[in-house]
Design a protein around this ligand. Structure first.
Ligand SMILES: Nc1ncnc2c1ncn2[C@@H]1O[C@H](COP(=O)(O)OP(=O)(O)OP(=O)(O)O)[C@@H](O)[C@H]1O
Ligand SMILES: [Mg+2]
Length: 241
């Protein structure tokens, strides 16, 4: 396949094994620059493993991953970060004893350019609550604010591709709405491509263009998010009827 016919991001038939167990099999995901796609599915379906394979935290047993014309699946994770791939892992792990400022600056540790201060300011414009509490310990933030902080930290690496693992988990409906709005804004205003992993399928389908449904390690269904929202099987299994 020539570079010109290839999408901006293409994961082809990814298989990841933990010991002898297959966590994902033949998972293929592709999208153009500036798109939001979502990955939905039940507990243990392989959503996090798919993201970990893309970042290099899990090794492929089979398959290939291409990003912006380059094959990346054999590159170490740090090289992929330097290429502009950032992940916000599940569980919103902030550094609780460090200030909000220092948590955000940790996200820029790989950068060598002089624009870190300016970008910090831009990110704080997006998160007024973080600006208000800039010098306070991150552990004092609410769950929703901590999620904003880990997303802000990922943005500090200036990603071209942002992978979000269950950003809405355990948050109140109003806060989930804030997170959804934020994801849409980042995509529109920064042009960042986004892969959104969610168990809140309805939220994910509303804000993505295309979606993949993982079922026990395989893609059981995929399509335009709007058509999945209207699909009877998806409604019954993933949207609560
Ligand atoms: N470190 C590991 N060692 C062994 N098996 C693992 C490991 N991590 C995940 N698995 C297994 O791989 C499969 C996929 O797990 P994964 O965490 O990717 O699912 P998930 O869709 O993210 O689930 P959840 O919604 O609970 O976060 C599961 O069967 C899980 O038990
Ligand atoms: Mg997971």
């Amino acid at each position: 396949m020539t570079v010109s016919s290839m999408k901006y991001f293409e994961a082809r038939r990814m298989t990841v094994r933990y010991d002898r167990v297959r966590a994902i099999s033949d998972v293929s995901i592709g999208f153009d620059a500036g798109e939001v796609v979502s990955l939905i599915g039940a507990n243990g379906a392989g959503k996090s493993t798919s993201l970990r394979a893309i970042t290099g935290l899990a090794n492929l047993a089979e398959g290939e991953i291409w990003f912006d014309g380059q094959r990346i699946d054999r590159l170490p994770a740090a090289r992929r970060v330097a290429m502009g791939i950032a992940m916000v892992p599940e569980g919103r792990r902030v550094f609780p004893l460090m200030s909000i400022r220092d948590n955000l600056l940790m996200g820029a540790y790989t950068r060598r350019d002089g624009a870190v201060k300016r970008d910090l300011d831009r990110i704080l414009d997006r998160f007024p609550r973080l600006r208000e509490r800039f010098r306070q310990q991150a552990g004092t933030l609410s769950g929703g604010e901590q999620e904003m902080l880990v997303i802000g930290r990922a943005l500090m690496s200036k990603p071209r591709l942002l992978l979000l693992d269950e950003p809405s988990l355990g948050l109140a409906p109003l806060v989930v709405r804030d997170i959804a709005r934020l994801v849409t804004e980042i995509n529109r205003e920064e042009g960042t491509s986004i892969v959104l992993v969610e168990q809140n399928s309805r939220m994910a389908l509303r804000i993505s263009r295309y979606a993949y449904v993982l079922e026990t390690g395989r893609i059981g269904l995929e399509g335009a998010s709007q058509s999945l929202l209207d699909d009877d099987k998806v409604k019954q299994l993933y949207l609560g009827g």
